[in-house]
Design a protein around this ligand. Structure first.
Ligand code: SF4
Length: 362
């Protein structure tokens, strides 16, 4: 099956053209959008992308920024390893590549956080390289077009999909005649997966490939691709302390590796531990503690049950802790007015915003 010429023509007529990271060959902008779009919907990325670019307009500005500022701009987008890799990648581009992104997919794939599909997308968009992409949407499209059975995230099926993806890219001759063919083709695959060959209820009637698509012909569009083998997520529990006093909240910076790495979060303690005991461990004498409603946050690998405790702290206690350097490592009393400058995990931000809106914290 040959899809490239039709896909290029379809993209030019029916695809997306007005996204802020399109119509540029600047690898910095394209790279940033590709990283943000990994496992995140376009609608969620739009604001973040613009804000991130206005804060860090060049790869140099990003490389020179403190990690804290980068995390603050990323906070809420999730999958924080992406932000840490983004920062590491910018530093590597400045240090090893003299401020210029590598000129091909193979070089791009050596940078932190850039996998083969992302490298190919950047190379196709910026350099017109004939490199195949294979993200989640493309896997779905190919699994349907060729009626490929099996879990598309499993290694053998993934290899089969990669091989199909490579066979389908526009020919060298096409690319020589039409230098924008690779860009339109790559964008076309993304657009087809996002707008026509969607996960549920694909719009086969308007699909340019309905005559060739094996899943459509066999009436198996709902069945393909096979769903990923489901794992039951383990559940963990933790308690968080919202220690506050006179417009300040005690935050702790998390270690750079692991969940919410490098972000600012609330002090945590054992789920069962009495909050007054937890306060003592932090060097705080609580005036009063109050249990708030528990809630669940779902990560890709586990579910976290969070039990928040509101802790009213004596002023003298806060000042004493600050002066005597009694705060645990990474702890800081942060003014509620400057909370927006800190990178907070999304559920913590939501919890604190709710308490601020209800004037429980002021
Ligand atoms: Fe997807 Fe339907 Fe097009 Fe096949 S015909 S590629 S299932 S939209």
């Amino acid at each position: 099956m040959k899809i490239a010429p039709r896909l290029v023509a379809w993209q030019r007529k029916h695809g997306r053209h007005g996204l802020p990271w399109q119509n540029t060959r600047d690898p910095y902008r394209v790279w940033l959008s590709e990283i943000m779009l990994q496992q995140t919907q376009v609608a969620a990325v739009l604001d973040y992308y613009q804000r991130f670019l206005s804060k860090f307009p060049t790869v140099k500005a990003l490389a020179q920024a403190p990690a804290d500022q980068v995390m603050a701009q990323w906070a809420g987008l999730g999958y924080y390893a992406r932000a840490r890799n983004l920062h590491a990648c910018a530093k590597q581009v400045m240090g090893t590549w003299q401020g210029k992104f590598p000129p091909d997919a193979a070089g791009l794939a050596t940078l932190p956080g850039i996998g083969p599909s992302t490298a190919a997308a950047i190379a196709a968009f910026c350099y017109g390289e004939r490199a195949a992409i294979l993200d989640g949407n493309v896997k779905r499209v190919l699994a349907r077009l060729f009626a490929i059975e099996g879990d598309p995230t499993s290694r053998p099926i993934e290899l089969q999909l990669w091989s199909q993806a490579r066979d389908l890219v526009p020919s060298a001759r096409t690319c020589a005649q039409d230098p924008d063919a690779m860009s339109a083709y790559t964008q076309g695959l993304m657009d087809l997966g996002a707008t026509v060959c969607t996960r549920s209820r694909p719009q086969c009637q308007v699909c340019p490939f309905k005559k060739d698509c094996l899943a459509f012909q066999q009436g198996r569009c709902d069945e393909l691709p096979w769903p990923r083998a489901r794992k039951v997520l383990p559940e963990r529990s933790t308690a968080m302390l919202i220690a506050h006093q006179a417009g300040h909240i005690l935050l702790m910076q998390r270690p750079t590796t692991g969940i919410w790495g490098g972000l600012w979060s609330l002090p945590e303690c054992d789920y069962e531990l009495e909050p007054t005991m937890a306060c003592q461990q932090l060097g705080l004498a609580a005036k009063k503690t109050e249990a708030l409603a528990e809630f669940l946050h779902v990560f890709t690998h586990y579910r976290l049950n969070i039990r928040p405790h509101l802790v009213h702290v004596e002023q003298s206690d806060r000042t004493r802790a600050e002066k005597a350097d009694l705060l645990p490592k990474g702890g800081e009393w942060v003014s509620i007015k400057t909370l927006h400058e800190r990178g907070l995990p999304a559920p913590v931000r939501k919890l604190l915003d709710g308490l601020i809106a209800a004037q429980v914290l002021a």
